[in-house]
Design a binder for this molecule. Structure first.
Ligand code: KIV
Ligand code: NA
Length: 271
């Protein structure tokens, strides 16, 4: 069995071959992603994608741990990072450590990710110094959707650049081994990627980043609406719809199950 990618391995990829990352919330999708990705994120986007909630605010520690365990079981090579859910790390460094340690111990993942720049630097340092590799997340941070007043691209106004640059620098300097840059304009992503010593992993943040991440369901074509930054590399929604329609038709026609799908008693016992 091949050795798993480690946090230092990802850290060492700065400025090198782009880091390939995708989300996964399940055993089956983790097996698919593990063959190709360097890093798998059990994102709190599962609250929306997997549980149908309106935002990521409803993701709980229990949800993250349950899905995290399944993804760790379904993968062998990629680094598994689990998102810290809203409310599990903001109040203080000790509570953040306890919850991050629970996620690590109960899932067997290799790192956690938390949202926020300067205001979370102390927490990133506290966890990193105590054996918990941390991925930072700055720019458009979905857990702050209510404060932003919607999912808004960050850095369209030049006046906002400095704050976002400081956020990225703060978490990198605090010990994060990589930083997710979400929903920021291209020249800002470029500037931050040049400035910070650790890899930037972009989502809606241009090809200037040291790596890319997308929500798996979005890039597979399973999500009904996707933002501009998503490219659909497949059309699994249509493929699945056609397969389910064919099954429904076959059941109604009694053409399924066919001979080959049916069990029979031993010949001597036949009626
Ligand atoms: O929750 C998530 O899926 C994420 C990313 C896509 C970066 O945080
Ligand atoms: Na997330």
């Amino acid at each position: 069995q091949a050795k798993r990618v480690s946090a230092p391995d990802i850290r060492a990829r700065k400025g090198g071959q782009p880091i390939v990352a995708l989300t996964s919330y399940s055993f089956t999708t983790a097996r698919l992603v593990d063959s190709h990705a360097d890093m798998i994120l059990v994102g709190d986007s599962l609250a929306m994608v997997e549980h149908g909630l309106d935002s990521t605010l409803g993701a709980t520690l229990e949800m993250m741990i349950l899905h995290g365990k399944a993804v760790v079981r379904g993968s062998a090579r990629a680094l598994v990072v689990v998102d810290m859910p809203f409310g599990s790390y903001e109040a203080g460094v000790e509570e953040a450590f306890r919850n991050a340690a629970r996620i690590m111990a109960e899932t067997g993942c290799s790192a956690v990710k938390l949202e926020g720049g300067e205001r979370m630097a102390e927490t990133v340092a506290f966890l990193s110094a105590r054996g918990i590799p941390v991925v930072g997340h700055v720019g458009l941070t979905p857990q702050a959707v209510m404060s932003f007043g919607g999912f808004r691209t960050q850095g369209r106004e030049r006046a906002d650049w400095e704050r976002i640059e400081r956020d990225a620098a703060a978490v990198a300097e605090a010990g994060a081994f990589a930083v997710v840059l979400e929903g920021v304009v291209e020249p800002l992503a470029e500037k931050i990627t040049e400035a910070v010593a650790v890899p930037t992993i972009g989502i809606g943040a241009s090809a200037a980043c040291d790596g890319q991440i997308l929500v798996l369901e979005d890039m597979l074509g399973l999500s009904p609406r996707v933002p501009r930054f998503v490219k659909r590399f497949g059309n699994l929604g249509e493929t699945a719809d056609a397969a389910i329609a064919a099954y429904a038709e076959a059941v109604r026609q009694r053409s399924f199950p066919g001979e080959e799908n049916v069990y029979q008693p031993k010949p001597t016992n036949r009626a």
